[in-house]
Design a protein around this ligand. Structure first.
Ligand SMILES: *[C@@H]1O[C@H](CO)[C@@H](O)[C@H](O)[C@H]1NC(C)=O
Ligand SMILES: *[C@@H]1O[C@H](CO)[C@@H](O)[C@H](O)[C@H]1NC(C)=O
Ligand SMILES: *[C@@H]1O[C@H](CO)[C@@H](O)[C@H](O)[C@H]1NC(C)=O
Ligand SMILES: *[C@@H]1O[C@H](CO)[C@@H](O)[C@H](O)[C@H]1NC(C)=O
Ligand SMILES: *[C@@H]1O[C@H](CO)[C@@H](O)[C@H](O)[C@H]1NC(C)=O
Ligand SMILES: *[C@@H]1O[C@H](CO)[C@@H](O)[C@H](O)[C@H]1NC(C)=O
Ligand SMILES: *[C@@H]1O[C@H](CO)[C@@H](O)[C@H](O)[C@H]1NC(C)=O
Ligand SMILES: *[C@@H]1O[C@H](CO)[C@@H](O)[C@H](O)[C@H]1NC(C)=O
Ligand SMILES: *[C@@H]1O[C@H](CO)[C@@H](O)[C@H](O)[C@H]1NC(C)=O
Ligand SMILES: *[C@@H]1O[C@H](CO)[C@@H](O)[C@H](O)[C@H]1NC(C)=O
Ligand SMILES: *[C@@H]1O[C@H](CO)[C@@H](O)[C@H](O)[C@H]1NC(C)=O
Length: 456
């Protein structure tokens, strides 16, 4: 229900105040809607009016009454809810914005008659059946947002005629089939968001060469094959999410040199090979997520001082070696997150991490780290510390005692290491009111209402 009530979108305030230019230029407001003085306007406006009424007819339910104003008798359809008309071409619809209206039904073919449309936003409704080919006739369309519906069938190849298209957002539907190769003709595309569908086949290489592409989100589909080598060859690329697919092969070279890339998010695939060192030397990359793949080799050690990387997630791979001391230098920005869980890392936890003062999440669990825990008491932002299931030893308990400084800590996992309980500083447990997850001593199990598990 919360979603259905999101109809007070800022767009609507602009939509309902569409200037009534036509009304002012005609002799009488009462005959404005029929436009009898201007045959060409009459003909065109009635096409749009009829198209909108046909659109309404294809809907089987309008629970919020969003289209209550859409009546044949009502004078100026430019005032109908969700409609924006052109200022230049009077009585031509340029935007159809009916997001989050709970609408049920199909998208009518008649939308193709709204030939001045630049924006269609029908997202977050209950629209079903296929996306009509007829949308391909809208030569002026720049934004198409049909995300969060139940649309099925294939992405129509006819959309390739949308030569002005900049944003196509079809995420969270039931779309099947491959990405049509003809879409390569939409050379103005900046934003492709097809995530959470049932798309299949390979990621077409032409996607990497779209000259204006900024955002590519194909996560949560059934794509197979390699990440195309071409991805990253256009300089505009900033965001890539190909997670939750069945991709294989490595991270292609071109993407590692991509000058403005900020997000490279590839988790839950079967990608393999080494992590390209260039990614750790990027002056743009903010987030790298390679969780649950088959990457091997080491974390590259790069001496860059300018990297803005603040979220590094490499968990559930087969990475090995030790943590490069230089990683602590990635901490200049806030909210630093370092997740290396479930790999084959070894060696000591680098003491340089005590200088990573913006570290919020440090997850090194399920590896083979040994020796001692650094004194992490300087990490006052730390919210989560997981060093469970390693080969760490207790030197003395002082390193743990210093954690009392970490007043934001809500999760602390220390289980399954080579500590012994003797001399455990009870001061640590002054933290307990803040801890939500603590895997530590079995005897504390009963006293904490959280998920616990443990053996030292
Ligand atoms: C709207 O009204 C016109 C003129 O009265 C009529 O021709 C047309 O069929 C009506 N359309 C709908 C969808 O009722
Ligand atoms: C588009 O408009 C024309 C002229 O009014 C009409 O004949 C045709 O049926 C409309 N097409 C659709 C798909 O509604
Ligand atoms: C599309 O619609 C969804 C849901 O209303 C919204 O979250 C998103 O910002 C819109 N735009 C794009 C480009 O996805
Ligand atoms: C797709 O492209 C091919 C050749 O480039 C063309 O023959 C075909 O008509 C196009 N299909 C559509 C729906 O545009
Ligand atoms: C990409 O898609 C995923 C899954 O729908 C979503 O969580 C993420 O926010 C999307 N990213 C962008 C930039 O739209
Ligand atoms: C990688 O990018 C270069 C230009 O930066 C381009 O010449 C080359 O073809 C690209 N590689 C592939 C496989 O597309
Ligand atoms: C990793 O590779 C091995 C063999 O090379 C394979 O059996 C396994 O399924 C792969 N794991 C993933 C998550 O792709
Ligand atoms: C890191 O980047 C700098 C400047 O962009 C470049 O000169 C250097 O060769 C790069 N080093 C590595 C290891 O990629
Ligand atoms: C970290 O950055 C400093 C400069 O801020 C530099 O002097 C130092 O060598 C870097 N350390 C590593 C291990 O890269
Ligand atoms: C932390 O940084 C300071 C200043 O750059 C440096 O002197 C010190 O050695 C660093 N500590 C560790 C453990 O790397
Ligand atoms: C606690 O934090 C303060 C301020 O960051 C620092 O000066 C102090 O050394 C820390 N104490 C411990 C025990 O780490």
């Amino acid at each position: 229900m919360a979603g259905l009530c999101r109809n007070l979108h800022p767009h609507f305030s602009t939509i309902v105040h569409v200037p009534l230019i036509l009304l002012c230029t005609l002799p009488s407001p009462t005959i404005a809607a029929t436009n009898i003085n201007n045959p060409s306007v009459t003909e065109k406006s009635s096409v749009d009016r009829q198209a909108l009424l046909s659109f309404k007819l294809q809907l089987s339910n309008d629970p919020l009454g969003a289209l209550a104003s859409w009546r044949n008798g009502s004078a100026n359809f430019c005032n109908w809810q969700g409609i924006t008309c052109s200022k230049k071409h009077t009585n031509r619809v340029i935007a159809l914005d009916l997001r989050s209206k709970g609408l049920v039904g199909q998208i009518a073919l008649s939308v193709s008659n709204l030939s001045f449309l630049t924006t269609i936003d029908l997202s977050d409704n209950h629209l079903h059946s296929a996306i009509p080919d007829a949308i391909g006739g809208l030569k002026r369309l720049r934004k198409l947002n049909l995300s969060m519906n139940s649309l099925d069938g294939m992405i129509p190849a006819a959309l390739s005629s949308l030569s002005s298209l900049e944003e196509i957002s079809l995420w969270n539907n039931l779309l099947t089939g491959e990405i049509p190769s003809n879409l390569s003709r939409c050379s103005n595309l900046k934003f492709i968001h097809f995530s959470s569908n049932k798309l299949q086949g390979r990621i077409p290489p032409w996607i990497g060469t779209l000259p204006a592409l900024q955002v590519l989100n194909l996560s949560g589909n059934n794509f197979v094959g390699n990440i195309p080598d071409s991805l990253g060859t256009t300089p505009s690329l900033t965001f890539v999410n190909l997670g939750q697919n069945y991709l294989t092969g490595g991270i292609p070279h071109n993407i590692t040199n991509s000058q403005y890339l900020q997000y490279l998010v590839l988790p839950y695939n079967s990608l393999s090979g080494r992590i390209p060192p260039e990614l750790f030397n990027s002056s743009s990359l903010l987030v790298l997520d390679l969780k649950r793949n088959n990457f091997t080799g080491v974390i590259p050690s790069v001496n860059t001082v300018s990297s803005p990387l603040f979220s590094l997630t490499l968990s559930d791979n087969s990475l090995s070696g030790s943590i490069p001391i230089s990683l602590a230098n990635f901490s200049s920005l806030s909210h630093f997150t370092l997740i290396l869980q479930a790999n084959r890392f070894e060696g000591p936890i680098p003491a340089s991490l005590v200088n990573a003062s913006s570290l919020e999440v440090l997850d090194l669990g399920l590896n083979s780290f040994h020796r001692f825990i650094p004194r992490l008491g300087t990490l006052t932002m730390l919210k989560e510390l997981d060093i469970g299931v390693n080969h760490l030893e207790k030197q003395d308990w002082s390193s743990l005692f210093y954690l009392t400084n970490c007043s934001n800590l809500v999760k602390l996992l220390l289980d399954d290491n080579k500590f012994s309980k003797i001399g455990l500083p009870l001061g640590v447990f002054s933290l307990l009111s803040l801890l939500c997850i603590l895997r530590f001593y079995p005897s504390f199990l009963t006293s904490i209402a959280c998920h616990l598990d443990l053996d030292l």
